[in-house]
Write a protein that binds this ligand. Structure first.
Ligand SMILES: Nc1ncnc2c1ncn2[C@@H]1O[C@H](COP(=O)(O)OP(=O)(O)OP(=O)(O)O)[C@@H](O)[C@H]1O
Length: 248
């Protein structure tokens, strides 16, 4: 991890997200007034009960959602940018070159082979087709995708196999900031270990990470800090909710 004297790669300041439920004429508070810094090479674990706003926070940082208020100052290679207000074209460029979002859901184009899906970011980064396919196969093997599947279309893959292709694509290049939304959900033990090894290497290389984990124990050695999005005091929760909160 780099020294705390360096400016953070991400500064979240007073971030608030609410959803307007038009059909109910009501507003749902996802999270209120969140502030934190994230340094290069730092790993933050997000915690909180179901519905606390963990996925919504990650999607807001990724700019799938716009916040009601607050700033998301990201220190990009070409200068500071507020991800909450940046133009869509700048967000698209950052997503290609600096930001990564890892989920359990595959977001692949139909009729594109698994190895092509993983090779694409490498080609965009300047590798030749042969180099990109070679590296893509290496990562597919690392995450446990069988060679028979490398040239097949992932739309017919099992849920876990699709997720492995997703992980390989998302982690094939060291982005500067990784958002991780339950990346281990539905992975077998071997793939979970491969993922943790890759995250450890990326962290050593200075990649900043923030995420939610189904099994936080998997990444216990990587965690620098935890942020708990639970807004209500535990004493106000129902008994079942309280147990779940404590167990998360
Ligand atoms: N697009 C949306 N429209 C309306 N409400 C939403 C939307 N997305 C999320 N919410 C609501 O925001 C709240 C936070 O949801 P979120 O998925 O961020 O929780 P979470 O902490 O990730 O929960 P879990 O641990 O169950 O995955 C929930 O009450 C959810 O119903």
């Amino acid at each position: 991890m780099q020294t705390q004297n360096e400016p953070p790669i991400l500064r979240v300041d007073g971030l608030t997200k609410r959803f307007r439920m038009h059909h109910l004429e009501s507003t749902l508070h996802a999270f209120e007034n969140i502030s934190f810094d994230l340094q290069a090479g730092e790993f933050i674990l997000l915690r909180g009960h179901n519905g606390a706003g963990k996925s919504t926070l990650l999607r807001t940082l990724w700019r799938s959602y716009l916040p009601v208020s607050g700033r998301i100052l990201y220190r990009s290679r070409s200068g500071d940018i507020d991800l909450a207000r940046a133009a869509d074209v700048d967000i698209a460029l950052l997503r290609r070159q600096e930001l990564g979002f890892v989920t359990q859901f595959l977001n692949a184009r139909p009729r594109v082979a698994a190895e092509e899906i993983v090779a694409e970011p490498l080609r965009l980064a300047g590798r030749t087709q042969d180099e990109a396919i070679g590296e893509a196969r290496h990562w597919l093997a690392e995450f446990g995708v069988r060679p028979e599947l490398w040239r097949a279309y992932p739309s017919t893959f099992s849920g876990g196999e699709q997720q492995k292709v997703n992980l390989a694509r998302a982690l094939v290049l060291p982005q500067r900031l990784l958002l991780l939304d339950e990346p281990t959900a539905s992975l077998d033990v071997g793939a979970r270990r491969a993922l943790v090894r890759r995250l450890a290497d990326l962290k050593t290389a200075g990649v900043a990470m923030i995420g939610v984990f189904h099994h936080p124990g998997d990444v216990a050695d990587l965690i620098d800090r935890e942020i708990d999005l639970t807004t209500r005091p535990v004493s106000e929760m129902q008994e079942s909710e309280r147990e779940e909160h404590v167990a998360v």
